[in-house]
Design a protein around this ligand. Structure first.
Ligand code: GLN
Ligand code: ZN
Length: 638
C-alpha cells in the first residue's frame, strides 16, 4: 500500500491494517521463470528480498500504521525443516524493524501442522498470530494446548469462504474457551480468511427465497457477525441479533426443503457395480470406432463457441421478459445452426453445439437442479478479472427434468456428423458452488453425480453417442495436505464414474480437465476410466507429455490441447505440427485427439475461425505424414 493511501485512511478516521504477502510464502509460492535451472530454489532469494520488506515496513510505520499483517498461508502446507527454518530466519532478520508497530502473521485454508505451529508461535518481532478455525479445527487443539504469553490470537471463527450464517452461539463458546487461554485483552475475533471469496452483500438479493436468505451471510453480514461476537465477548451481547441467528440455525436444521429422502436413499444404496463400466476401455474404444468411424487424429472442440454481445443481449432480454420464450429458443437455435455449419465448413470430425444457451458451465446446471439456489448479484472473483456467480447448494440434490437433451438433440439433427452431448461433471459443480456445510462434501457430490447420471442416460436414449462430462475443476479441489489428497481423489473419481457407468459400450464418454498437472495424480486420472480425456496443455508447457515419458501405461483416448485459447494470438500450423509430432513421440496415434486447450466462449469469431482452421489443417498434414510412414514400412516388408 502506498503512503498516500495510508494517509487517506487515517484522514477518514479508519485505522486500516495494511496486508502484505509474507516474505517466505512469497518465495515458496513463486516459480522459477522458463529456462531457469529446475534445481533453482526461489527461497535462496530470501536474503535479497528482506531489505525490501524492511523498507516497506519503515514507510508504513512512517505513514502511521499501527498494525501490519503478513500473510503466510504456506504454513499450512507440508513443509520440510529447511523451509520452516526460513521462517525463523526471516523474522529474526526483520525483528529490529518491526519494533514500534504490531505485526500479525496470518495463516488460512487448513490446519497448521504441529511443527509449523511451534515455529510460527516462536517467531521474533511478531505481536499476533491468525488462524482459520473453520477449515483448521485441529489448530484449535494446538492453541488450547499452549499459546505464547502476551501475544494476540486472531481467531478466525467466521467462515470467509462460504456463505452460511455463523452459528454465533457455538462460536461464542469457542471464543470463551480461547479467552481462558490467551487472556481477555489478547483475543481478536476475525474471519477465517479474506472475504474475497464471498459475495459482497445479501441485501442485493431481492429475489432469493426468504427462508433460505435467513440462513446466509455474505461479506457485509460476516463483518456484522464478527462485530456481534466481539461485543458479546466484551459483555455487550446483542440478544436480539443472537436470538434471530439461533432461530435461523434451527430453521435450517429442521427445514423440509433441505431433505429429500429418496435422494438420500439412492446415494446410500450406491454399491461397487454403480461406479464401474463393465468392460475395459480398449474393448469399448473398438466398439465406438465401429459406430463412429472416425479418422486417425480426430478433431473436436471443447464445446463453447464465442458468447457474442448479441447472445448476451438475448439472454438478458429473456430473463427480463422483454422477449418471449419462443423468441429466445429461436435465437439460440439459429446460433447453434451457425456453429454447426461453421464446424462442417472447417471439416471438424466430432461436433459440439457451442453452449450458446449457457451463462456459465456450473450456474446453468445449478439453475435447473433441485437443492440449489442461485443469486442475482452474488459475484465472486474467479480468475484474474473474471467473476462468476456460484450457485448455492442448500439441500439434497435431484434433477426434476432433462437439462440439456433438447439442445443437444436439436444440434444433432442439424448434421450427419457425431454431435457431443455436453455436461458439467459432479466434482466441478461441487467445487464451483457454495456447498452446504451440514453434510460431508463427498455425500453432496454423490447426489450431484446421480443427477448427472440421469442426464447422461437421457442423452444416450435420445441418440447422442458421444458425451463429454467436464471435470474442469477436479484438480482445484485437491486438499493442500498430502495426507488428505487420496481420500478426495477417491471420492471425486468415484463420482465421475457414477455418472456414466450405465451407458452402452458404444457410447463414448469424454471428460475435459482444465489443468494438465497430472504427474502426481495420474493413477486417479486413469482410474476415471473415461474413453477420451481432453485437457489444457499449452499453458502448462506440455507437462502432460512428461507423464507419458515416465512410462505410464495409458490406453484410453487423449487430447492434450494443441493451442492456447487464453491468448488472442493465432497459433500457426507449423507450431501445431511441432506440438503434435512431439506428442506422437510418446503416444500412439490411435490414442490421440486434436482439440484446443479449452472452450472458446471468451474469444471472438475473428480469432476462433483461423485458429480452428489451422488446427484442422494440421491434423490433415500429420495424418498424411503418418499414412506415408506406414506405407513406407509396408513397402519395406513387401
Ligand atoms: N465445456 C466447457 C466450455 O467449452 C468447458 C469449459 C472449461 O473447461 N472451463 O466452455
Ligand atoms: Zn477447460
Amino acid at each position: 500500500m502506498a503512503d498516500a493511501d495510508r494517509v487517506d485512511d487515517l484522514q477518514l478516521g479508519v485505522d486500516a491494517v495494511p496486508v502484505l504477502i509474507g516474505p517466505v510464502s512469497y518465495l515458496l509460492l513463486s516459480k522459477p521463470a522458463k529456462g531457469v535451472q529446475t534445481s533453482f530454489s526461489p527461497l535462496s532469494l530470501l536474503g535479497k528480498i528482506l531489505p525490501i520488506y524492511k523498507e516497506v515496513v519503515s514507510e508504513l510505520k512512517a505513514g502511521g500504521a499501527s498494525w501490519i499483517q503478513f500473510d503466510e498461508p504456506t504454513l499450512v502446507l507440508d513443509l520440510d525443516c529447511h523451509e520452516l527454518q526460513a521462517f525463523t530466519e526471516a523474522y529474526a532478520e526483520l525483528e529490529s524493524c518491526l519494533s514500534g508497530v504490531k505485526v500479525l502473521v496470518q495463516t488460512y485454508f487448513a490446519d497448521v501442522p504441529t511443527e509449523a505451529y511451534k515455529v510460527l508461535t516462536s517467531l521474533k518481532g511478531v505481536a499476533g498470530f491468525g488462524f482459520d478455525l473453520v477449515r483448521g479445527t485441529k489448530t484449535l487443539d494446538l492453541i488450547m494446548g499452549g499459546f505464547p504469553i502476551g501475544k494476540y490470537l486472531f481467531a478466525g471463527v467466521v467462515d470467509g469462504r462460504n456463505i452460511w450464517a455463523n452459528d454465533l452461539a457455538g462460536s461464542l463458546v469457542t471464543l470463551h474457551a480461547l479467552e481462558s487461554i490467551v487472556g481477555k485483552d489478547k483475543l481478536v475475533v476475525s474471519t477465517s480468511c479474506s472475504l474475497l471469496h464471498t459475495p459482497v452483500d445479501l441485501v442485493n438479493e431481492t429475489k432469493l427465497d426468504k427462508e433460505i436468505k435467513s440462513w446466509l451471510a455474505f461479506a457485509a453480514q460476516k463483518v456484522n457477525e464478527v462485530n456481534a461476537l466481539a461485543k458479546a465477548l466484551a459483555g455487550q451481547k446483542d440478544e436480539a441479533f443472537f436470538s434471530a441467528n439461533a432461530a435461523a440455525q434451527a430453521s435450517r436444521k429442521s427445514s423440509r426443503r433441505v431433505t429429500n429422502h429418496s435422494v438420500q436413499k439412492a446415494a446410500a444404496a450406491l454399491g461397487d457395480s454403480d461406479h464401474r463400466r463393465a468392460t475395459t476401455v480398449s474393448s469399448r474404444l473398438d466398439a465406438q470406432q465401429k459406430k463412429l468411424n472416425l479418422p486417425v487424429l480426430p478433431t473436436t472442440a471443447i464445446s463453447s463457441f464465442p458468447q457474442t454481445p448479441e447472445l448476451r443481449r438475448v439472454r438478458h432480454e429473456c430473463k427480463a421478459k422483454k422477449i418471449s420464450e419462443e423468441e429466445y429458443v429461436k435465437a439460440i437455435m439459429e446460433e447453434i445452426s451457425k456453429v454447426v455449419e461453421l464446424q462442417e465448413e472447417l471439416d471438424i470430425d466430432v461436433l459440439v453445439h457451442g453452449e450458446p444457451e449457457r451463462n456459465d458451465m456450473v450456474e446453468y446446471f445449478g439453475e435447473q437442479l433441485s437443492g440449489f439456489a442461485f443469486t442475482i448479484n452474488g459475484w465472486v472473483q474467479s480468475d484474474g478479472s473474471r467473476c462468476v456467480k456460484p450457485p448455492i447448494i442448500y439441500g439434497d440434490v435431484s434433477r426434476p427434468k432433462p437439462m440439456t437433451v433438447f439442445w443437444s438433440t436439436t444440434a444433432e439433427s442439424m448434421t450427419a456428423r457425431p454431435m457431443k452431448g455436453m455436461l458439467t461433471g459432479p466434482v466441478t459443480i461441487l467445487n464451483w458452488s457454495f456447498v452446504r456445510n451440514d453434510q460431508a462434501r463427498f455425500e453432496t457430490c454423490y447426489q450431484i453425480a446421480l443427477a448427472i447420471k440421469d442426464e447422461v442416460e437421457d442423452l444416450e436414449k435420445a441418440g447422442i453417442n458421444v458425451i463429454q462430462i467436464d471435470e474442469a475443476a477436479l484438480r482445484e479441489g485437491l486438499p493442500l495436505r498430502k495426507s488428505e489428497q487420496s481420500f478426495y481423489l477417491d471420492w471425486a473419481v468415484y463420482s465421475l464414474r457414477i455418472t456414466n457407468c450405465g451407458v452402452q459400450d458404444t457410447t463414448q464418454i469424454h471428460t475435459h480437465m482444465c489443468y494438465s498437472h497430472f504427474s502426481d495424480i495420474i493413477p486417479s486420472i486413469i482410474d476415471m476410466d473415461a474413453d477420451v480425456i481432453t485437457s489444457e496443455n499449452t499453458r502448462s508447457d506440455g507437462k502432460i507429455l512428461s507423464v507419458f515419458c515416465e512410462g505410464v501405461q495409458y490406453v484410453a483416448g487423449i487430447g492434450p490441447g494443441v493451442y492456447d485459447i487464453h491468448s488472442s494470438r493465432i497459433t500457426s500450423t507449423a507450431e501445431i505440427v511441432d506440438r503434435i509430432t512431439e506428442t506422437l513421440d510418446v503416444l500412439e496415434p490411435e490414442r490421440l485427439w486434436v482439440n484446443p486447450d479449452c472452450g472458446l466462449k471468451t474469444r471472438e469469431y475473428t480469432e476462433v475461425k483461423p485458429a480452428l482452421k489451422n488446427m484442422v489443417a494440421t491434423a490433415m498434414i500429420v495424418r498424411t505424414q503418418l499414412a506415408f510412414a506406414k506405407e513406407a514400412v509396408c513397402r519395406k516388408w513387401d
